[in-house]
Design a protein. Structure first.
Lengths: 300, 425
């Protein structure tokens, strides 16, 4: 019997290259459509670039300095932060409660899962227009039924005290089904034996949830948490359709301010790019913080 | 029947069939040739309401009659303008675009629009004397023509007959009473506002941020967005502040106007709004919805009975390479629309910028169109400032804070003037 021969160095090299060759198309697309625009945006943020004008000049940090004085940008940063914080608990908790309930094998499980997921199949504009009508202060059904029940009605989207909460409600309705499905997948990965052992040891449902479900769901929770925070900082569609940032600037968010600066008010790509990079830095910082806080304790 | 006879007959049949086939294919070829479009032009507009369907019908008729195909892109106005600003420098703009007059200065100064040679326009039969002067002047920026006017969207006062009758605000003839002054309008609006019915509103949707309604009030009070030098913002002047105070008071103080984000059109159709200053583009929709309504000229609420108007203008977006055949086809379309503008007015409800259609008995016989035409001496449009539209965008959230009572009119106007003056070039 001949001993197995070692692969020749050239073949080994070729073998090592193969996975990279498979990655090339994806990397090329990533470079062209993600990395290049990102870096070009960074370059534009240091210029006076304006849509429709071929000539522009290098202005250094002027666009970033202007952001320090732009009170509407500060308001939109604050609103975005408020939305992110206020929406996090309902977005994390409501789908989790629903997923735990659906995981217990209740009746109509499949139907309910589809029903909860259905809103997520709709586009943001469809969702926005639907809720715009539901919350219409004059002809909307929401106020109609509140009035029929003898409850006070108000202009939910035109009142600075309630407009952002109405947007959060719309968003929760829209995305809860998506996170529910992710939670369900995580719940189904938890071995049944752990619950059985806990039950034998006398643990009740609440105790099992705290000591088994939550710790073992931590990777899923981390995923939901991080993606939600990133998505929240980029919120635009719901605001654009429901309030256009109003009343006044009560629901104006960073991406909306950026969009209007670039495409509606002044076509100032330089200023808008600077806003985009500030937002990018904020998201990067928060994501890093989340990973640092949660990753170390994740139990796989 | 014998075999030979059958053979002859078969041969004759085949010959006849072949001849018929050839003739048919020839005639089909001729038909195809005659139906072959002469040119295809791209046309972008923001006619997203009922007027868009009317435009479709007219364009179909135009294509049938001329063989010129028109590929339309219909986008919300705000998105259309952003798209023009992006597409034209990239060489991807349309052959023809319909825009509002106030957009002409900034698009012209950014090189998005091609100047139209006066001699060329005259040669194609478009002459100043045929148009209402304000509409024709609206197409000029810094001495150059950039647009040919189509029509004059404008405000009008709609009165819901049922709502006004229920409030006892009709005359002995059953016709609604027309407010003649600000005080009269407020008194009537208070009488109309009961339960979930509102007395008065300005604007189709989102009355809180309806800048065109705010501008109408400004102009009636002799104020404007920019001072006479067209450089300094004049919105902190007392006349502008007074107009803003009234704009906010109708909702925040007198409680006669719908919430800032309501659909006034839906409220009017549902019989929950009595007096409504809104665009002329709404009236055909109200007729379709079988609403019992009457109209009157926009009442004089301040010093002068100005009526806000915003002519639609045909423009030629700049092309990197000029296609003479397409340009001729665009002119042919403008000529055809000009010749059929009475149809546009009757079906879309937009008063023509051309004088000749105004004497059409079908138009003068329509009470709404007659009222719109009678407002012509009082029409006013935006100022020829490239930053006009950007200033309007800044105005929207600020007047909303006044409308909902969040900010006093004076502070809001001072803040707005500061923002407008600080706009980058």
């Amino acid at each position: 019997m001949r001993p197995p021969t070692k692969p020749a160095p050239r073949r080994r090299r070729r073998g090592a290259l193969t996975p990279y060759l498979f990655l090339v198309p994806g990397l090329l697309l990533f470079a062209v459509f993600r990395v290049y625009p990102l870096l070009d945006g960074l370059r534009l943020s240091f210029t006076s670039a304006r849509l429709g004008r071929a000539q522009y000049a290098w202005v250094g940090l002027a666009n970033y300095e202007r952001l320090l004085e732009d009170t509407r940008f500060h308001v939109s940063l604050w609103n975005t932060a408020f939305y992110t914080v206020a929406s996090t608990l309902p977005i994390l908790a409501i789908p989790l409660v629903l997923a735990v309930a659906l995981n217990r094998g209740i009746a109509l499980k499949t139907f309910l899962r589809s029903a909860f997921f259905f809103p997520f199949t709709l586009s943001v504009v469809t969702v926005g227009l639907t809720w715009l009508w539901l919350l219409d202060p004059v002809v909307g059904p929401f106020n109609y039924y509140l009035k029929a029940l003898g409850l006070p009605v108000r202009s939910w989207l035109a009142d600075p005290a309630t407009a952002m909460w109405a947007i959060i409600l719309t968003t929760v309705w829209w995305v809860a089904g998506y996170y529910l499905v992710i939670y369900l997948a995580g719940l189904q990965d938890i071995p049944r034996e752990l619950y059985e052992a806990a039950a034998i040891d006398g643990a009740g449902g609440w105790r099992s949830f705290w000591s088994i479900t939550l710790p073992l769901l931590r990777p899923v929770l981390l995923f939901v948490f991080v993606t939600h925070i990133i998505g929240s900082f980029q919120i635009f569609g719901q605001v654009f359709v429901l309030t256009q940032g109003g009343p006044g600037d009560a629901t104006r968010t960073v991406v909306q301010h950026l969009y209007e600066t670039a495409f509606q008010n002044f076509f100032h790509f330089g200023s808008a790019s600077a806003m985009a990079w500030v937002l990018f830095a904020v998201i990067l910082g928060f994501s890093a913080l989340q990973f640092r806080l949660l990753r170390g304790h994740t139990e796989y | 029947m014998n075999e030979a006879g059958t053979a002859v007959s078969r041969r004759r049949f085949l010959t006849t069939a072949a001849a018929a086939g050839a003739a048919a294919s020839l005639s089909a070829g001729t038909r195809r040739a005659s139906a072959q479009p002469k040119a295809t032009i791209s046309y972008w507009n923001g006619l997203t309401g009922a007027d868009g369907k009317v435009m479709d019908e007219l364009i179909d008729q135009f294509t049938r009659e001329t063989g010129i195909r028109v590929e339309q892109q219909r986008i919300q106005w705000a998105d259309l303008y952003a798209k023009l600003q992006v597409s034209v420098p990239a060489g991807e703009g349309p052959d023809l675009a319909l825009i509002h007059t106030v957009e002409v200065p900034h698009f012209a100064s950014d090189g998005i629009l091609e100047p139209i040679d006066d001699a060329a326009a005259t040669g194609k039969g478009f002459r100043a004397e045929d148009y209402l002067p304000t509409t024709w002047q609206g197409g000029i920026y810094q001495g150059k023509r950039y647009a040919i006017p189509l029509d004059v969207p404008q405000h009008i006062l709609y009165m819901n007959v049922k709502v006004m009758r229920d409030a006892g605000l009709v005359g002995p003839d059953g016709k609604p009473k027309v407010p003649g002054s600000r005080d009269e309008l407020l008194a009537m609006a208070k009488q109309l506002a009961k339960g979930d019915t509102f007395g008065f509103a300005i604007g189709t949707v989102n009355p809180g941020k309806y800048t065109w309604g705010f501008q109408n009030l400004l102009w009636q009070n002799g104020a404007n967005v920019y001072a006479a030098d067209l450089k300094r913002c004049a919105l902190a002047e007392p006349a502008a502040v007074e107009a803003a105070e009234f704009f906010g008071a109708i909702h925040a103080q007198h409680k006669v106007a719908p919430p800032a984000n309501a659909s006034c059109r839906d409220a009017f159709i549902a019989g929950k709004l009595g007096l409504w200053i809104a665009g002329s583009w709404n009236f055909t929709g109200l007729r379709d919805a079988k609403v019992d309504f009457a109209v009157a000229p926009v009442p004089r609420l301040f010093k002068q009975p100005i009526v806000w108007s915003m002519p639609h203008q045909y423009t030629f977006p700049t092309r990197k390479v000029m296609d003479a055949a397409k340009r001729e086809a665009v002119w042919a379309h403008l000529r055809w629309m000009t010749d059929h503008v009475a149809e546009w007015t009757l079906k879309a409800g937009q008063v023509s910028a051309l004088r000749k259609a105004h004497s059409d008995p079908r138009i003068t016989g329509d009470p709404v169109l007659r009222t719109l035409l009678a407002q012509a001496p009082n029409w006013q449009g935006g100022q020829p400032v490239p930053k006009w539209v950007a200033a309007e965008n800044l105005t929207r959230p600020v007047i909303e804070t006044v409308y909902i009572g969040q900010k006093p009119a004076r502070a809001a106007m001072e803040d707005l003037a500061r923002q407008i003056n600080a706009m980058p070039d």
